[in-house]
Design a protein around this ligand. Structure first.
Ligand code: NI
Length: 173
């Protein structure tokens, strides 16, 4: 069983701009560990704290394996995009909070991101390929933004209607 329940859109917590983490303590470490377990169980390649109802600027991701080879879990606290390429890339995106809905989304092909590790140290890395798309998708979550917000209103409404129906069926309203 996954450690934490993943919220399904629409939910006000998924539309919230989340405040930075001021102190990386046991609660944040436990949250990150639970989030990784929840993400791998889903299965997914990225998960942001608001998706499990935790309003903290924390995201986890692992785009490396897709079930093969060793896991390479990453935990990013207070991540910030400090540079984006002019070159764009298109990926078909999905989201654990919008189950079984996918759409092609265009984003910068490469980004440089700075964040704090769980040890409190600042890290900085360049991401490309799927990692770049994933980290931007997850940082969006920390700013209350979903991938469907990039779609035309009509398409977004259709997906939102499907999700409301799903939530009713699951008794998750
Ligand atoms: Ni998502």
């Amino acid at each position: 069983m996954p450690k934490r329940r993943i919220l399904i859109h629409p939910d006000p917590r998924l539309k919230t701009v989340v405040a930075p983490v001021s102190d990386i303590g046991d609660d944040i470490r436990a949250l990150a560990s639970d989030m990784l377990e929840t993400m791998y169980a889903a299965p997914g390649i990225g998960l942001a704290a608001p998706q499990v109802g935790a309003l903290a600027r924390v995201l986890v991701m692992d785009c490396s394996t897709r079930g093969e080879g060793p896991l390479t879990p990453m935990v990013l606290v207070n991540p910030e995009t400090v540079a984006s390429s002019g070159e764009k890339a298109v990926y078909e995106e999905g989201c654990l909070s919008i189950p079984e809905q996918y759409a092609e989304i265009e984003r910068p092909a490469e980004v440089t991101v700075e964040w704090l590790g769980l040890d409190g140290e600042t890290r900085r890395e360049d991401f490309d390929g799927l990692w770049a798309t994933c980290v931007q998708h997850e940082i969006d979550h920390l700013n209350g933004k979903l991938f469907i917000d990039y779609l035309k209103p009509m398409k977004r409404q259709i997906i939102t209607r499907k999700m409301k129906k799903l939530k009713r069926e699951l008794g998750r309203e």
